[in-house]
Design a protein around this ligand. Structure first.
Ligand SMILES: [Zn+2]
Length: 374
């Protein structure tokens, strides 16, 4: 990540660059900004800048030996830590961020502005609540106490220290008395949820929201959304570029409308209406059908996460949030999980060339039954 790829925020960039130039990088910092503020992107760009052997014009060069690794998020001296969940057959206490590094790199490449919702979806967390556990803290201490491999510096980027429980206190010594050339960057969204002991020992860097114009330019450039439309979406997104990206993607297809009409048809379970709906879906390409079911999964996972956390900080558009609110009275988490299972089955069927119409008819009736169940 380059600084220049993050729109605006000139003051923050200048301040960070100056600390490097003066050789006064704080040992522990918190990059504090709302979801979609680019706080993580800023940490990534800063880490590359610190490591770069050929810094120019206030940015990393992108070409030197260090950049060739830091820009791919595979630099052995830039360590990552982030909330994860139980995975596979391993016990949760044996799992740490390292188990998820390939997925982490993948999502950083596709959307460095992602929110918790996208991350949990990406790692198939379902309804498991994420955290940063004891093993993670021990791993961090071990990594930062080792010699560096390829640079004189070592950097830890911890995304969402809010998910550190009291275990976070294990890191205090590290934050207070770090070894030379070790820099800790905590990337946080909510100051109130960070352990006070940690907060008080870190330099706070506030990352402002994106301006609407910056967001609309990004949508135009990366999602090919026409300028007018992009600005409309930017206005809806309240400075949250991640939300804008999600709205932008949905605007292109309007899967949201399709999903609602499907649930409505399922609820009624009138065979004629079901057939009509199925014919509409069958007219889409296999890829589009798959995207639609994937969208359904995204919606229900966000829906569950919202019901679990009672927070609106999920990756849903305003319209989807309204739908989610209405649905919450009829569809509880256990019903929603059954729907998620059916959607997974549908994705599987589309991929295996099974007669989609028959499968859809059965799934629609099954979903109707789930929704109507008292
Ligand atoms: Zn470089």
């Amino acid at each position: 990540m380059f600084f220049k790829n993050i729109s605006g925020k000139v003051d923050v960039k200048n301040r960070l660059v100056a600390t490097v130039e003066k050789g006064r990088i704080p040992h522990a910092q918190i990059f504090l900004g709302k979801e979609g503020s680019g706080n993580l992107a800023m940490a990534l760009a800063f880490a590359s800048y610190i490591m770069c052997e050929n810094k120019k014009d206030g940015d990393s060069c992108g070409q030197c030996n260090q950049c060739s690794k830091s820009h791919k998020y595979i630099h052995p001296d830039i360590h990552f830590s982030f909330p994860v969940v139980k995975y596979g057959d391993k016990k949760r206490e044996h799992i740490s961020s390292d188990d998820f590094l390939p997925k982490w790199r993948q999502i950083l490449h596709s959307n460095p502005y992602m929110g918790t919702g996208e991350w949990l979806e990406h790692i198939d967390a379902d309804d498991k609540l994420p955290n940063i556990n004891v093993k993670e803290c021990n791993d961090i201490m071990h990594k930062l106490n080792m010699m560096s491999y390829e640079s004189e510096n070592k950097i830890l980027i911890m995304w969402l220290p809010e998910y550190l429980g009291a275990e976070g206190n294990r890191l205090l010594k590290l934050i207070e008395e770090p070894t030379d050339n070790t820099f800790i960057i905590l990337v946080a969204e909510n100051q109130d949820l960070i352990l006070q002991t940690i907060l008080s020992r870190c330099q706070l860097i506030k990352i402002p929201d994106f301006e609407n114009l910056e967001i609309s330019l990004y949508l135009n450039e990366h999602l090919n959304i026409p300028t007018d439309k992009a600005l409309q979406i930017a206005n809806l997104s309240d400075g949250n570029i991640n939300l804008a990206i999600n709205i932008g993607k949905n605007e292109a297809s309007d899967y949201s409308e399709m999903l609602i009409s499907w649930l409505r048809v399922a609820f009624k379970s009138d065979p004629v209406e079901i057939n009509k709906w199925i014919n509409t879906l069958s007219n889409l390409s296999k890829d589009e059908q798959k995207n639609f079911f994937e969208y359904g999964l995204h919606f229900f996972r966000q829906f569950n996460f919202r019901n679990l956390t009672k927070s609106d900080l999920v990756s849903l558009t305003q319209k989807e949030l309204e739908t989610a609110t209405k649905m919450a009275s009829i569809i509880d988490i256990s019903k929603s999980e059954k729907i998620v299972a059916l959607l997974n089955e549908a994705i599987d069927c589309v991929g295996r060339n099974i007669n989609v119409k028959i499968m859809l008819f059965a799934d629609t009736l099954a979903i109707g039954e789930v929704i109507r169940k008292k």
